[in-house]
Design a protein around this ligand. Sequence first.
Ligand code: UDP
Ligand code: MG
Length: 332
Amino acid sequence: MECATLFIVIPCYNEEAVLPLTAPLFLENLQKMIRSGLVSDESRILFVDDGSRDATWELIRRFAKQDRHMAGIRQSRNRGHQNAVLAGLMEARDRCDITISIDCDGQDDMAAMTEMVQAYYDGCDVVYGVRNSRDTDTFFKRFSAECFYRLLNWLGVECVYNHADYRLLSKRALAALAQFKEVNLFLRGMVPLVGFKSTSVYYRRSERRSGSSHYPLSKMISLALDGITSLSIRPIRLISGMGFTVSTLSFCGIMYSLVSWILGRAISGWTSTVCILCFISGVQLLSLGMIGEYVGKIYLETKERPRYIISDRTWEEETHAKKTPSAKEMEN
Ligand code: UDP
Ligand code: MG
């Protein structure tokens, strides 16, 4: 069989500290795969600069000049990890047979790529990179991740346990993924919906090589909320159920207070009134908030904003070096 062309898609956001360390490793890993005849010489590492404010883009440009196996695109501004990965995948789609997305910080074991590509030759269109332990994580991250996966499962969202965004996708799977037009992206929940034959490859996740995580608690919560509300409508149903139960209970409460009043026993009702009032208003606010979350999502989806906007490509710089750099290209 003719060997496939692989594009390794690597999102980078303010990674000037880590890129000089990991880029040579990525390159070495790719060249090893090319030399062994696993992937074609047309294979590339595609860095996606997610609107970094530091020297990341300059570094990527330098890499692209150094070796033709490295290239880069730049988003016109910071749009977040998921959008950066998607931008890279869609950009790579027409130029390769398979893509592997991986973080740039060297936490995910690059050596697992060989096994992933092998699985592709064995007929898989989707190969999930799954970490086999979480011993490099803090207790809090481990605990919150565990709860999150359980919650997602319970909500009916299909998600591969301990899989983040290290995965192989075939051209066919990419074409299918391109048909998912949603703006609120949660790729690890979307990819299982694409279907096709899939498998998992296990690897050990290590510490970040340098720099620090861009996923503080607030971003993690926001990703988790996106994951839930963009893939499951079960919370809305739950709220309807809760509303029904609370209404029934309230009705009983009203009956009880009326009877007490008729029997002349309604003297000190202050505590219960306050309790009920608080409870009901709490539930109402919670429900409104949850519904608001979905309404917000609908609002964003109806806008049909582009999911990413690429402002620069390293290979375009080579061909028309004098072209106005502001020529922005919009893609969906
Ligand atoms: N990243 C990105 N845009 C962002 C935040 C992060 O492209 O707005 C990239 C980042 O450069 C890295 C990957 O996403 O390659 C994962 O981020 P990070 O390592 O900070 O997250 P963690 O591994 O701690 O979950
Ligand atoms: Mg990381």
